[in-house]
Design a protein around this ligand. Structure first.
Ligand code: SF4
Ligand code: SF4
Length: 189
């Protein structure tokens, strides 16, 4: 049985154990990532602040925030960090932990978008636009689906959307499922 060291930060250890989270201890809190981030103003905690909170062990506050879900993966923070940390990957590691702990932010629809996407990819190997968005709205706000109907109709009649799902070849579908299963065993949810 693992003996808990007094003062040990379990949250920090969890982050460090995930790909992308390893270097969080190297942060010098210079703020370059926050200053570079195009979405920092919309985040509850900008990247530098999020890192400081994670290092302070504030698991719930970090994992219920909307910050990591608003990361646009633009990599500006990653190319500019003077310590060679990759805050982009760190954001995705935090997303993974939040999903695993069931602590996704109620202020972000991104977790449901990811869930809807992976449900479709896993079950049929592709993402038919109409079915995918219908499922996404069903998970988040079914009434919004009704409001979108006129737009969907217009897009369908102009050939910009298709109802028919394009299936992958069976062997490609199996390979894709194997990749997703492997991702899950590595900590994805
Ligand atoms: S740029 Fe790098 S060192 Fe500076 S606060 Fe962000 S993660 Fe930390
Ligand atoms: S990769 Fe994400 S956290 Fe980094 S600057 Fe871009 S949006 Fe912000």
């Amino acid at each position: 049985m693992k003996t808990k060291v007094p003062g040990e930060n379990d949250f920090l250890n969890d982050i460090c154990s995930l790909p992308g989270g390893e270097d969080i201890r190297l942060c010098i809190q210079c703020g370059t990532c926050s200053a570079s981030c195009p979405n920092a103003s919309k985040m509850e905690f900008a990247p530098r602040e999020l890192i400081a909170m994670a290092r302070a062990g504030l698991r719930k506050e970090v994992l219920t925030s909307n910050s990591m879900w608003l990361c646009a993966s633009c990599y500006l923070c990653t190319v500019r960090c003077p310590r060679g940390i990759k805050p982009t990957n760190l954001m995705h590691a935090l997303e993974s932990l939040a999903a695993r702990d069931g602590l996704s932010s109620p202020r972000s629809l991104t977790p449901s978008m990811y869930r809807s996407f992976s449900d479709f990819v896993y079950s049929i190997g592709s993402v038919p636009e109409v079915g995918f968005m219908t499922w996404f709205y069903f998970l988040t706000n079914p009434l919004r689906a009704v409001k979108m109907l006129p737009l969907v109709y217009k897009l369908l009649t102009h050939g910009r959307l298709t109802i028919k799902a394009r299936r992958m070849k069976p062997e490609a579908e199996q390979q894709l499922k194997a990749i997703l299963d492997r991702a899950e065993t590595l900590g994805g949810v």
